[in-house]
Design a protein around this ligand. Structure first.
Ligand code: SF4
Length: 438
């Protein structure tokens, strides 16, 4: 039995604060409270501080406190009445997502992750063209040139430098010999200190100009006749130098965060980056490193893909999966009023509150959530990696990492709650076979 009263020191904790999933944190708790943390970045501190400072586990029905049994009853009622439910958010661990898929199948729901836009920017490229990606370990040990596209990789993945780009040592290439090129909105030359120390080559340009720059880079590498002078300033010359450096590298890595590339048609820019890595493999070794995984988006997508055969943005209304990356976008479904219920799952952050929606909303959410308007039902859930054990996938998708438990305050996991709702929806013995309860 879990004993909150004793001091606990847990080593090798996997942090679910971002998709990097650092697994070297040391966390000390006493009496169920966080007392110290080692190796955590600012973002990790925010993640654990928020989780440990929120302990209220009272469910709310229309803003009124209720028991958990009443809340489950109300949730089952709402699901039962719904003909076209939308299950969105989906920020949970592997077990949570597996249970969600079971319930979605039962209810004929449509599924999308809160980061669906960013996720699909990458997935469209995989679906249409395929890509060649690498892992954090490969980058640490082999890369001799790393091209970082965009300007937010460090903000979004704070320990990227020490964990991946420039670790203390590398097996087959020396991190100190590694070249780093930053292609992105570095106008004015201000670079985060962590990157500045690595003496990077800066190629400043607005994100809107990225697509042109990537196209020119591909043409240069393919040996096409290109007028580099048509680009502003000395951008053409800088791209020409970069093309030469990429061709000369033994193992180049091209890294971006699709969440930052929030521009119309940016999947075409990502396609260009993926194709660039492919072309470089004709003569040497190169690979893409798309950064993602925050709020469990990679986890959600992995489980969806292995269970349904399709990624998120899939509808289960006809008894089989129908994947449509455009029609099943959660924001559009809500705006068009196509869902008559929203089940919003967000166990990892108190800030990911549900969108405003005309349909009744069930929230299985972080215990620190504060709503603009009370949803039809809110059940606080345990934070994976704090309140319960589990697994989740980091950005490079290659392995699932274990999430540990750090306290016991009675907050149920998403998986537990979804399974209870599912059980409640099972047909009673008296119900005719094949009767659809949702
Ligand atoms: S970089 Fe990400 S995974 Fe690593 S400690 Fe910070 S928030 Fe956690």
């Amino acid at each position: 039995m879990w004993n909150n009263k004793i001091d606990q020191t847990t080593n090798a904790v996997t942090c679910p604060g971002c998709g990097l999933s650092c697994d070297d944190l040391k966390i000390v708790t006493s009496n169920g409270r966080l007392t110290s943390m080692h190796n955590g970045c600012v973002r990790a501190h925010r993640f654990y501080d928020t989780a440990f400072s929120n302990i209220d586990r009272t469910p709310m029905i229309d803003g009124t406190p209720s028991s958990l049994d009443e809340a489950i009853e109300r949730g089952a009622e709402l699901l039962q009445k719904s003909c076209s439910p939308l299950f969105a958010g989906l920020a949970t661990d592997v077990n949570g997502m597996r249970s969600i898929l079971g319930l979605a199948d039962r209810c004929g729901a449509t599924l999308d992750h809160m980061n669906g836009d960013a996720l699909l920017r990458n997935l469209r490229v995989v679906q249409d063209n395929g890509w060649f990606t690498t892992t954090f370990t490969e980058v640490r040990n082999r890369a001799d040139l790393i091209l970082i596209v965009g300007g937010q990789c460090i903000e979004r993945f704070p320990r990227l430098v020490e964990r991946v780009l420039h670790p203390a040592e590398g097996l087959f290439s020396k991190p100190d010999d590694r070249k780093l090129v930053l292609l992105g909105p570095w106008i004015g030359g201000r670079v985060p200190d962590l990157l500045e120390h690595l003496n990077p080559t800066l190629i400043p340009l607005e994100l809107e100009a990225l697509s042109d720059a990537v196209a020119m880079l591909r043409a240069l590498i393919a040996g096409r006749p290109v007028n580099t002078g048509r680009l502003d300033g000395n951008l053409g010359d800088a791209l020409s130098d970069l093309a030469d450096a990429l061709k000369a590298a033994r193992y180049s890595v091209i890294c971006w965060s699709a969440a930052e590339l929030d521009l119309p048609h940016s999947e075409l820019t990502i396609l260009g980056l993926a194709e660039l890595a492919k072309a470089l493999n004709n003569e040497s070794r190169s690979a893409a490193l798309p950064l993602a995984g925050t709020q469990g988006d990679i986890t959600c997508n992995q489980v969806s893909t292995w269970q349904l055969g399709y990624p998120v943005r899939t509808r289960l209304q006809r008894g089989y999966p129908e994947h449509d990356p455009l029609l099943n976008r959660w924001q559009d479904l809500i705006e068009r009023g196509e869902n008559d219920l929203l089940l919003w799952v967000a166990s990892l952050s108190s800030e990911t509150i549900p969108p405003s929606c005309d349909a009744p909303t069930i929230v299985l959410g972080h215990p620190g959530m504060v709503f603009n308007a009370p949803p039809a039902l809110y059940i606080p859930v345990g934070v994976p990696g704090v309140d319960h054990q589990g697994h989740w996938y980091r950005s490079d998708s290659v392995c699932s990492l274990p999430l540990g438990k750090l306290r016991e305050i009675g907050l149920p996991s998403v998986s537990h709650l979804i399974n209870r709702l599912h059980e409640r929806l099972q047909p009673a013995a008296s119900e005719p076979a094949g009767d659809d309860p949702c």
